[in-house]
Design a protein around this ligand. Structure first.
Ligand code: ADP
Length: 483
């Protein structure tokens, strides 16, 4: 399908309670192509009143949805998964257009993002409780699970489909209704998903999708509304802290997938070929715009020079360009601000003594491209070792011995993902257990998996998505006392 035809066919109104409605009082806001900076289209901007209507619909639909047989909810999810796959080309092109990632990666996200619907279709029918006796013999204990209730999902732009489906699918599987506020940069993918769910037979009211360029105007009143029971957020730690404070006023259930600062630790005994493949994947997937992206490379000094040289070659060879072009491996960053922040972290590291071995500059011309960059000899005081770069920049620093490698990995307030390369099994397990993060990859650069619990510790968040754990975020536990 031609890009113009695709854009013309994508819903651009609000998705309110199961149908598309045109912009109300909020007008519209533009969506940009980060590869050119040009406006792709405009999307309706949801107001606080739209938010209230969406929550009206979610609250009204909640009892019926919770009472809908799990098998029926599962089959809607399963149908939606099939429909996403039937429209793979449209979803992939749309993500490349509004987010910029290379088309091959967009196809990867269609598969990965779609999988949450299939996975949670399978989990929906396995929500179990238990029956036991009080130790005193005085009574019986019945434990059951119930949906939390209407939930608000706030999602980021970096995975326009998967960050939605990873929340929507477990919510629906558990029997919760949901209002989604997608990132203003990438609302089109989520709006198309709304259409998919309608086609899959989702009852009206269960899902609303409200794009807006003014997030707080829409969501602040929702946090104050007693009908909302749950907030699930993926985004920065700074915004997550604000939303946690807002949630506190009504003791909302929260799931928070926040920032990361993933260490990639290469021990002296590592298989360097494997480590280089893993490093490239962990750094460059999604052009570095992933919260699990390797942010800092801690390499044992025994192999540091070789790793740096060979990684530099690999980074230099990557093809940069608009995501829909053949063979492109590195797309644009999402915005000029994002590119400026990447450039600033590079400048800071260089001013403190880091050495650029490749890249280190914006790509001239239109679009928000930044060269794949390797910084060697990065000193401890460089900001890039502490802050998430969210771009195609690898900072390499050395250490001596296992204890120093672990200490370096843990020197951060974040704790989302960590990557370890070693061929020593004892060391791999020892280090994996000592690393302070919710997820650890051993000799693997890509760890996300629909069947595994995704989430962080420390300031990287609360709760887990996906896996068999993911549905728990949308369930309450009820104890029923029996004689
Ligand atoms: P990123 O750096 O990935 O854009 P943010 O944390 O700024 O991360 O944004 C993630 C999501 O949170 C986006 O959908 C954004 O619109 C939303 N958001 C940002 N600020 C607020 C806020 N004050 N209230 C509610 N949502 C917000």
């Amino acid at each position: 399908r031609e890009r113009a035809d695709l854009l013309a066919a994508v819903p651009r109104g609000l998705w309110l309670g199961g149908e598309q409605v045109p912009a109300t009082g909020g007008g519209a806001f533009p969506v940009h192509d980060p590869a050119t900076g040009a406006v792709l289209t405009e999307v309706a901007d949801a107001t606080a009143a739209d938010g209230a209507h969406a929550l009206d619909a979610a609250a009204a639909a909640q009892p019926g949805w919770a009472a809908t047989p799990a098998r029926q909810r599962a089959e809607i999810l399963r149908r939606a998964w099939e429909l996403i796959n039937a429209r793979r080309d449209d979803f992939a092109m749309l993500m490349t257009l509004e987010m910029g990632k290379p088309l091959a990666e967009s196809y990867g996200e269609v598969t990965y993002g779609g999988e949450f619907l299939r996975w949670f279709a399978e989990e929906a029918v396995r929500i179990n409780g238990r029956y036991t006796h009080s130790p005193s013999g005085a009574g019986r204990i019945l434990v059951t699970k119930q949906p939390v209730g209407p939930a608000l999902a706030i999602t980021p732009w970096n995975f326009p489909l998967a960050m939605g489906t990873r929340k929507i699918a477990p919510a629906f599987a558990a029997g919760c209704t949901m209002v989604v506020k997608p990132a203003a940069e990438t609302p089109l993918t989520m709006l198309l998903l709304g259409e998919i769910f309608a086609e899959a037979g989702l009852p009206s009211g269960v899902l609303s999708i409200l794009p807006t360029a003014r997030a707080a105007r829409l969501t602040d009143p929702l946090f104050a509304d007693a009908r909302l029971r749950k907030v699930t957020f993926t985004g920065s730690t700074a915004i997550g802290k604000i939303l946690l404070a807002q949630s506190a006023s009504r003791v909302l259930r929260t799931s928070m997938e926040l920032g990361g600062n993933a260490p990639f630790v290469v021990f002296a005994d590592a298989d360097l070929d494997a480590a280089l493949d893993g490093a490239l994947a962990a750094k460059m997937r999604n052009t570095g715009e992933a919260c699990t992206a390797a942010n800092r490379f801690h390499v044992d000094n025994a192999v540091r020079a070789e790793f740096t040289d060979r990684f530099t070659e690999r980074m230099r060879a990557l093809k940069i360009g608009a995501g829909h072009l053949d063979g492109v491996q590195v797309g644009p960053l999402i915005s000029e601000e994002q590119r400026d922040s990447v450039a600033e972290l590079v400048a800071d590291a260089v001013s403190k003594g880091a050495r650029i071995t490749t890249g280190g500059a914006r790509v001239s011309g239109s679009g928000y491209f930044y060269e794949p960059t390797v910084l060697a000899d990065v000193p401890a005081e460089a900001r890039i070792l502490r802050e998430e770069v969210f771009g195609p920049v690898a900072a390499i620093t050395g250490f001596d011995g296992e204890a120093a490698g672990v200490a370096a990995a843990n020197a951060t307030e974040f704790g989302l993902a960590a990557y370890i390369y070693t061929t020593d099994l004892d060391r791999a397990l020892r280090v994996a257990e000592s690393v302070e993060s919710g997820m650890v990859g051993i000799n693997r650069g890509i760890i996300s998996d629909v069947a595994a619990p995704f989430g962080g510790i420390k300031e990287s968040g609360l709760g887990r998505e996906a896996g068999s754990e993911g549905i728990e975020e949308y369930l309450e536990t009820k104890y029923i006392a029996l004689p």
